[in-house]
Design a protein around this ligand. Structure first.
Ligand code: HEM
Length: 513
């Protein structure tokens, strides 16, 4: 099964270097993905072998920034690989639709929802939930100065030396889930208020699907959505690199995959419950779901109910932990770099003046050069989307950086490695130094900075993500000061489809404004 294809070399990619086991079987990449550090492993391989590395029998990873436009841009004919089939639940949404015409149809309906103009309508929801976070953090700061202790769900905080010491990661998750829940389903999950990772989910997937079109809201229970999303990301990213005919077998016989499969179903249940609730009680709110309902394709057809649920689920998945993990990583880097934090706070104080409202308006923070540089530097260094996003070479083959690849070969360009290209970013590529954004050649940066990917499959929610990050980081850093609990401790991450912090323990105090 493994040696014959290896010897026959049907894809003609024998000449590319890589680990021997990777050339032999997809199981190698599946194993690396399941261990949770794929980006780091592939980065080390590029450092060892050079620009082209064979990371699976039919998959070549390319670490040249110029390859981004050749592999991902409009018009080169590449398509998402069958990796994305492992992410399908309910039915295919914008993210995991592979067919080009079907994707173009969906993208046309969805893209206007995320135009800069539409996104401004979502600003009040974002600001409202940042305000809710501040209520909780202010309470903790007040109690913390009395030396009190918090609950586990609150990041396990305790007060000492005038600061609250806690894990800020769960709070960023509550914030991002409440924002996207409010936007995509018409009501926040209530995580910030409950200080808990709990979202309503349908009890039985089958019952919920059967209730479609009957106007009944299915029975719901509460599940840890953040945990479920993490499990689902790790499961799908590892399953997706295995050959399609292996997948049902590993899901059936390997417990880790079996549990991941349950996570996929549960996650779908969150969307089914939320959309069913929303549709049984229509509102005149202007949110993502309302805009999806209004959207029409070229023939004037709106999305059906099941497609709507799949798209709302896509937005929940794509718009929640991307934002929370990026915000958490940026907070970590600011806590680890006191001078950068001080410089940012000076800029924020000048721009926001004595404004009584603790939550910044988008208008106030959208053109602050140092804030922008801090966010970009955090996105570069952390690389929330770090793995090479796999694309299939179309009929006729494709030449990338002078190398020809035959039809059917899978290619990818890993952002984690591209974001550490010394020729572009400088010798101190591993340092968090926002100043580099003021010094670097803008053209080189533009084609190398890839947090949202390039081309027809790039992030459709980019405008929303940028607005959220500006408001979240701008407001939080103006109100609070952060230090690391243990400056010597490595910033631990775990990667499924996204690179996520495992925890982020900081000491926080209110700034005197
Ligand atoms: C910091 C935050 C974010 C980052 C770093 C990010 C990054 C990305 C990346 C790299 C892709 C390409 C994925 C691939 O090709 O496999 C993508 C796609 C996508 N993103 Fe985002 N994203 C963020 C926030 C959001 C938000 C807030 C939304 C909407 C609520 C969103 C919705 C989507 C959707 C629907 C796609 C699929 C687009 C398509 O295939 O046409 N993202 N995102």
């Amino acid at each position: 099964v493994h040696f014959v294809p290896y010897l026959l070399d049907p894809h003609g990619i024998r000449s590319y270097p890589g680990p021997f086991l990777a050339k032999l079987s997809d199981a190698w990449l599946g194993w690396v993905a399941a261990k949770g550090h794929r980006s780091e492993v592939v980065h080390q391989l590029h450092q060892r072998y050079g620009t082209f590395v064979r990371i699976a029998p039919n998959h070549v990873s390319i670490s040249d920034p110029d390859a981004l436009s050749e592999v991902y841009a409009h018009g080169n004919g590449t398509m998402k690989s069958n990796f994305y089939d492992a992410f399908v639940s309910i039915q295919r949404g914008l993210f995991n639709t592979r067919s080009r015409p079907e994707h173009a149809r969906k993208r046309k309906i969805v893209s206007h929802i995320f135009s800069q103009k539409s996104v401004l309508e979502f600003e009040p929801y974002t600001r409202q939930h940042v305000g809710a976070l501040f209520k909780q953090w202010d309470r903790m700061c007040e109690l913390g100065t009395k030396g009190l202790f918090g609950e586990e769900g609150e990041g396990g905080w305790h007060g000492r030396d005038g600061r609250v010491w806690f894990d800020c990661l769960p709070w960023y998750n509550y914030l991002a889930f409440d924002i996207i829940g409010d936007l995509a389903f018409g009501a926040p999950f209530g995580m910030l208020q409950a200080c808990a990772d709990a979202a309503p989910v349908v009890v039985s997937h089958a019952d919920a699907m059967a209730s479609y079109g009957k106007g009944d809201a299915p029975e719901v229970a509460y599940f840890p959505a953040v945990q479920v999303l993490n499990d689902r990301g790790e499961f799908s990213a590892s399953l997706g690199v295995l050959p399609p005919h292996w997948r049902p077998l590993v899901v059936r016989f390997i417990p880790w995959y079996r549990n991941g499969n349950k996570a996929v179903k549960r996650l779908a249940g969150i969307a089914i419950a939320a959309v069913a609730k929303r549709l049984t009680a229509p509102t005149d709110r202007s949110d993502l779901l309302a805009k999806l309902q209004e959207g029409k394709d070229d023939d004037g057809n709106p999305m059906g109910r099941e497609e709507l649920t799949a798209e709302a689920l896509t937005q929940l998945i794509a718009g929640s932990d991307t934002t929370s993990n990026s915000s958490c990583a940026i907070t970590y880097y600011l806590a680890a770099n006191p001078l950068v934090q001080q410089k940012l706070q000076r800029e924020l104080d000048e721009a926001l003046g004595n404004d009584d409202d603790p939550v910044a308006m988008y208008e106030q923070v959208k053109r602050l050069p140092y804030l922008e540089a801090v966010i970009n530097e955090g996105l570069r260094l952390h690389s929330t989307s770090g793995i090479g996003l796999p694309r299939i070479v179309p009929e006729g083959g494709l030449t990338v950086r002078g190398q020809f690849f035959p039809e059917g070969t899978v290619l990818s360009v890993p952002s984690y490695t591209i974001h550490r290209d010394r020729e572009v970013w400088g010798a101190d590529v591993d340092a968090f130094r926002p100043e580099r954004w003021m010094e670097l050649d803008k053209n080189a940066v533009q084609k190398t900075f890839n947090p949202f990917s390039f081309g027809p499959r790039s992030c459709v929610g980019r405008n929303l993500a940028s607005m959220e990050l500006l408001i979240i980081i701008g407001s939080i850093l103006r109100r609070y000061h952060f230090v690391l609990e243990d400056a010597d401790k490595k910033f631990d991450t775990r990667e499924g489809f996204l690179r996520k912090p495992v925890e982020c323990k900081v000491g926080m105090k209110r700034r005197s404004l």
